[in-house]
Design a protein around this ligand. Structure first.
Ligand code: FAQ
Length: 326
């Protein structure tokens, strides 16, 4: 798992020298970026490897629900846009895996952890995409929730993660708008198209709220990650922001958010909203989401089918190295 001597030393150092720790904490407190060769507490490194690799896995598995509609997009324009979007998600995974490697993690270990079910990925991608409107709902809600979480990550304390987020956020912002535009077209279309859009919103609303993670009082990692400025906002703060921004967007296109308890709270200047079904969330985290098994099967098959490409690329690189040496 550890690739450099420095990282090996850090990993086996059980007592972290107090002055190194104090200097690290002072840098974090001063909003300086921590860079790959800087000393960092082992737990900080492990937290980042966990979060960043799970983020990368989410991007990769996240290609599957939308990939399902590339061949059935309703027009050439929609197909070209969807292809580009799905390709972007693959790119995000690549930046994130590369950024995780700067912490000494080996890519093969990370992929193994995904395929063996040891590593998590976002619960949202365990739901099926039943109609074309789901592609609109994913762009609007899922990318919308992803941006809400990722904009603050542009200021996360680990430099390579923060920098990867800058480009990812630009692309996610385009994704969110293309999704909303699909929903706008459907909501303004025939009665059947509007019904499809509402049905997609009904199915994707609550899983989108779950993307932000468990409530703050049940989030074991939040307090430490906030102290280390890996996370800049808590799960509940981001969930609230998402609700406040998204509800008026639904209203603007004549759709209704499927929450009978949703109400503008004048005193708070925010929406009150109903209880998320946390049992459903934890079941999805445990790998029991509606299409979780299919998602993992598809990932493992793609990995196995791609073995020859990896072998060919390795052979090509070796040939080039040998040629240069000669
Ligand atoms: N799904 O203590 P916390 C996207 C786990 S990218 C599954 O609150 P933390 C782009 C969590 O890992 C979407 N597991 O944890 C796209 C932890 O377990 P662990 C992904 C979840 O890390 C769009 C345990 O629960 N984005 O959508 C989830 O402080 C469209 C306790 O939770 C990121 O990964 C969940 N929803 O906060 C692609 C952003 N929530 O690891 C295609 C970066 C929590 O200790 C199409 N990540 N868990 O075993 C983060 O910001 C954080 O990791 C959170 C969780 C906020 C997700």
């Amino acid at each position: 798992m550890y690739t450099t001597e420095l990282q090996k030393q850090a990993a086996v150092t059980s007592v972290e020298p107090a002055e190194l720790l104090a200097a690290f904490e002072a840098r974090v407190a001063a909003d300086e970026f921590i860079e790959p060769k800087d000393w960092m507490p082992e737990a900080y490194r492990r937290t980042l490897i966990r979060q960043m690799s799970q983020h990368a896995h989410s991007e990769v598995v996240g290609m599957l629900p939308e990939g399902n509609w590339i061949t059935r997009a309703p027009s050439l324009r929609r197909k070209a846009v969807l292809l580009a979007k799905v390709q972007d998600e693959g790119g995000h995974a690549l930046y994130l895996y590369s950024a995780t490697e700067t912490l000494g993690a080996a890519r093969d270990d990370l992929i193994d952890a995904l395929h063996s079910g040891k590593a998590k990925y976002s619960t949202i991608f365990n739901y099926p995409t039943l109609t074309w409107a789901d592609i609109g709902a994913i762009g609007w809600l899922v990318d919308g929730a992803a941006i809400m979480n990722q904009v603050p990550l542009q200021r996360t304390s680990y430099g390579p993660y923060a920098r990867a987020m800058v480009r990812i956020c630009k692309e996610e912002s385009f994704h969110q708008r293309q999704g909303y535009e699909i929903m706008m077209a459907l909501a303004g279309g025939t009665a059947e198209q509007k019904r499809m859009a509402q049905d997609a919103l009904n199915r994707w609303w609550w899983p989108s709220l779950m993307m932000f993670g468990p409530p703050d009082d049940n989030s074991p990692n939040s307090a430490q990650s906030m102290r280390w400025r890996i996370k800049r906002d808590t799960n509940d703060q981001l969930r609230q922001k998402f609700v406040d921004i998204t509800v008026p967007q639904a209203e603007a296109i004549g759709l209704s958010v499927p929450d009978p308890d949703l109400k503008w709270n004048e005193a708070r200047g925010q929406y009150d909203f109903g209880a998320v079904d946390w049992e459903e969330f934890y079941a999805a985290v445990r790998g029991e989401g509606p299409v979780a098994r299919e998602r993992m099967q598809a990932r493992r098959k793609a990995w196995d089918d791609g073995a020859w490409v990896r072998d060919a690329a390795t052979a090509h690189a070796e040939k080039q190295r040998a040629r240069q040496a000669a």
